[in-house]
Design a protein around this ligand. Structure first.
Ligand code: SF4
Length: 254
C-alpha cells in the first residue's frame, strides 16, 4: 500500500488495483471534540452518571464509549434527576432549556461551540437594535432550534431558500439582519444572502461569516475529490448536517 499527498485537500492511497482518495481535512471538527472532552472531563470530575442532553456527536462508536463510562443520553431536562450534572451539546441550547435545568437544581456544563455562541450574541444584539432576524438554516435542526430559543417568538424567521422570503412576508421597509447556520452549504447561503439584499432596503450582516471554517474546508476538500473519483463515500450519520452537506457537494460536483 502506497500513501502520498497529491494536493493539500487530498491524500492518495494505492491499494492493489484500487486508488483511494482521502479528503483533507476530515473527521470531527474542533467544536465536537470540545464537547466530547467536556463529557469526559465531567465524568472524571464528578463521576458517573453524567447526563447529556441530545446527541453530543453523530457517531455511534463515540456515544457507546461514553455510555460505557457512565454518560446517560436523554432528550429533555425533565428526564434528569434533580441535582444531576448535565452537559449541553455543541449545537447550543435555547434559554428555556437552561432555565429548566436551573429550576431542577441541575449543574450545567454548556459545551456550546464558540462559533454558535457568537451567533447567539449577534442575534440578541440585532433584536435589541429593533431588527427582525432572518436566520438562514434548516428548520428543526438543533442549532436552529437553539438560536431561535434565544429570542421571543416572532423575532426570528427561519429561511432556507429564496422562495421562503415570500412566504414569511416581512415588509420591505422593515430593518432586517441575517445570520447563517454554521453548517449551511456555502453556495446556498450566498444565494440566500443575495435574495435578502434584493428584497430588503436595510440589511445588517454578521461582521464575519457565520459558516464554520471546519464546514467549508471539508466541503472544498470533497469537491476536489469528487471530480477525480468514480464513487464518493461520506462516512457520517444521516442526521448530521455536515455529513448531508458533504453528500450534496459531492453530488453537485458530479
Ligand atoms: S460550528 Fe463548526 S466547529 Fe462548531 S460544532 Fe459546528 S461544525 Fe463544529
Amino acid at each position: 500500500m502506497v500513501r502520498t499527498s497529491i494536493t493539500p485537500e487530498t491524500t492518495q492511497i494505492i491499494a492493489g488495483t484500487r486508488r483511494i482518495l482521502l479528503a483533507n481535512p476530515r473527521g470531527f471538527c474542533a467544536g465536537v471534540r470540545r464537547a466530547i472532552d467536556a463529557v469526559e472531563q465531567a465524568l472524571e470530575l464528578h463521576g458517573a452518571p453524567v447526563y447529556v442532553r441530545r446527541a453530543i456527536v453523530h457517531n455511534r462508536d463515540v456515544v457507546e464509549r461514553l455510555k460505557q463510562r457512565g454518560a446517560v443520553f436523554v432528550q429533555e431536562i425533565d428526564e434528569m434527576p434533580p441535582g444531576a450534572v448535565a452537559v449541553l451539546s455543541a449545537h447550543g441550547s435555547a434559554r428555556g432549556v437552561k432555565l429548566a435545568a436551573q429550576n431542577r437544581g441541575i449543574r450545567v456544563l454548556d459545551a456550546i461551540c464558540p462559533l454558535v455562541a457568537k451567533i447567539h450574541a449577534e442575534v440578541e444584539d440585532w433584536y435589541r437594535m429593533g431588527r427582525h432576524v432572518l436566520l438562514i438554516g434548516h428548520q428543526g435542526h438543533p442549532e436552529i432550534v437553539g438560536t431561535l430559543g434565544q429570542l421571543p417568538a416572532g423575532a426570528v424567521s427561519v429561511v432556507s431558500r429564496p422562495d421562503d422570503l415570500a412566504v414569511i412576508d416581512i415588509p420591505r421597509n422593515i430593518a432586517v439582519a441575517y445570520a447563517v447556520q454554521t453548517t449551511f452549504a456555502l453556495r446556498d447561503a450566498q444565494e440566500m444572502i443575495e435574495a435578502i439584499r434584493t428584497r430588503y432596503d436595510d440589511v445588517a450582516a454578521p461582521r464575519a461569516s457565520d459558516i464554520c471554517y471546519a464546514t467549508t474546508n471539508r466541503q472544498r476538500a470533497i469537491e476536489t475529490i469528487a471530480g477525480k473519483a468514480d464513487l464518493v463515500l461520506v462516512v457520517g450519520d444521516a442526521t448530521s448536517s455536515n455529513a448531508c452537506r458533504l453528500v450534496e457537494v459531492a453530488q453537485g460536483a458530479g
